[in-house]
Design a protein around this ligand. Structure first.
Ligand code: PMP
Length: 465
């Protein structure tokens, strides 16, 4: 057994022999910064909202591989699109000749994103590179250097994206010397904010405070800012939904100072929040939309869709990657978009999300460790606290709830600025009985943790956020 999980059998009744063999190989050969594992679980099969591990244990998946499987695992339409593409050719570099699937996908995306203006698209493979490309476009178009980003934001791990990420401790980031022209301002968190404002009661007050801070920073830099990058709902920060008027205010500010508004939809896009794009909740039209994760239905593809004049301000060859717009990823993305439309998954996300939030709010009345329940559609966070009055984040309890849930057959992890938020992001087409079953497991796990059935020792095994 790997040293990493040695002694774990004391904490679980599950058979995990083959899982542990795979875990050992991973822990031995993968660089340690490559993962923060929650459980010695190695997935070998997946279908819809269920997955199976190497020892045959079955789980309902409330993580969807980090909000990737909006259409569910191995959706038959996605698989069919991939198979038919594989039978023709895998890909040919679109850097040098023409490839149909990415061209078709680009056309589709220009119609799917907000804004009735001419748009152009470029592609990559990850959320991180979509952020890098967005920043390139903003800088090339404005001929300015600085970028405005938000505390708590997660934009990825490539150089530009990591530099623009607010949630990673600056001391940790310093190890790789991030680019310096990124400035962080406060994202208006209604539940916990530096001003002690109850943002649910007084959203305007919260919004005004945060807008003042942003404007002050812009002035400090003499307006010399290329782009503002924002998640319309902060995901990894623990599902932070800002006040409606905040986004409108930001759009006005960016217009006034000629700053490119980059709408970072890597986690919130593709129907996840009950709209195609998270920004649509706010009625604001961005200049650039960055998408990845769910876009490829499980294949690694990202897209940046922006105003044509901004996207075309980037000189050749600065968007060229050998595999850009890979035909397999692009075919899968086209199928994914069709599935979301035909199965009306944007609507399902809204409807199922409302039912999840309702059930969680009922749980909040019963269990003092649930401080806040928030989200839109099926991007939902449950803030676990020491008690509802102090709002003190309780990461250890949150991790114990996840551990118990995993033991009971539910894939559930934490995230958030304090690592104490339960992350609910199942496939948007999860059958209602599986969703309810998962919610039952969460409630049972909370009860078990409160009854002292999960020892603290288990937390030592979990890396986690
Ligand atoms: N942006 C957001 C909002 C994300 O949630 C993530 C991934 N958690 C990323 C960017 C980075 O995406 P990737 O890991 O695919 O590079």
């Amino acid at each position: 057994m790997s040293m990493r999980w040695e002694g774990i059998e004391r904490y679980t009744s599950k058979k995990l022999d083959r899982d542990l063999e795979i875990a050992e190989m991973d822990e031995t050969y993968l660089a340690k910064a490559s993962g923060l594992k929650y459980y010695p679980l190695a997935i070998v099969r997946a279908k819809g909202s269920k997955v199976w591990d190497a020892d045959g244990n079955e789980y309902v998946d409330f993580l969807a591989s980090a909000a990737v499987y909006n259409v569910g695992h191995n959706h038959p339409r996605v698989i069919e699109a991939l198979k038919s593409q594989i039978d023709m050719y895998l890909n040919y570099s679109m850097a040098y000749f023409y490839v149909e699937p990415p061209a078709r996908l680009a056309k589709l995306l220009t119609g799917l994103t907000p804004g009735e203006f001419e748009k152009k698209v470029t592609f990559g493979f990850s959320g991180s590179d979509s952020v890098d490309s967005s920043i390139k476009a903003a800088r090339a178009f404005t001929k300015r250097k600085h970028v405005l980003s938000f505390r708590g934001s997660y934009h990825g791990m490539t150089y530009g994206a990591l530099s623009a990420t607010g949630i990673i401790d600056p001391k940790v980031k310093r190890a790789i010397f991030p680019i310096e022209e990124v400035h962080f301002v406060e994202y208006p968190d209604p539940y916990r904010n530096p001003w002690g404002i109850d943002g649910y009661e007084d959203p305007s007050e919260l919004s005004n405070r945060a807008l003042d801070v942003a404007e002050k920073k812009i002035r400090e830099l003499d307006g010399n800012i290329a782009g503002l990058i924002i998640e319309p709902i902060q995901g990894d920060a623990g599902v932070i939904v800002p006040p409606l008027e905040f986004m409108e205010g930001l759009r006005e500010l960016t217009n006034e100072y000629g700053i490119v508004f980059i709408d970072e939809e890597v986690q919130t896009g593709m129907g996840r929040t009950g709209r195609w794009w998270g920004i649509e909740h706010f009625g604001v039209v961005p200049d650039i939309v960055a998408s990845a994760k769910a876009l490829g239905g499980g294949m690694p593809i990202s897209a940046v869709v922006g105003r044509a004049e901004i996207m075309d301000s980037v000189p050749l060859p600065l968007f060229v990657f050998t595999h850009l717009g890979h035909a397999l990823g692009a075919s899968a993305a086209i199928a994914t978009i069709e599935v979301i439309k035909e199965e009306k998954l944007v609507e399902s996300s809204r409807k199922l999300g409302d039912s999840v939030i309702k059930r969680l709010k009922e749980m909040q009345e019963k269990y003092g460790i649930i401080g806040d329940v928030r989200g839109k559609g099926l991007l939902v966070g449950v803030d676990i606290v020491k008690d509802q009055k102090s709002k003190l984040p309780d990461r250890v309890t949150a991790l114990k709830v996840c551990w118990r849930a995993l033991e009971k057959g539910l894939i559930l992890i934490t995230f958030g600025k304090y690592g104490n938020v339960l992350r609910l992001a199942p496939p948007l087409n999860i059958p209602e009985e599986e969703l309810e079953g998962g919610m039952d497991i969460i409630e049972e796990s909370i009860k078990d943790v409160l009854a002292g059935k999960v020892p603290d020792g288990v937390v030592g095994f979990i890396k986690g956020w």
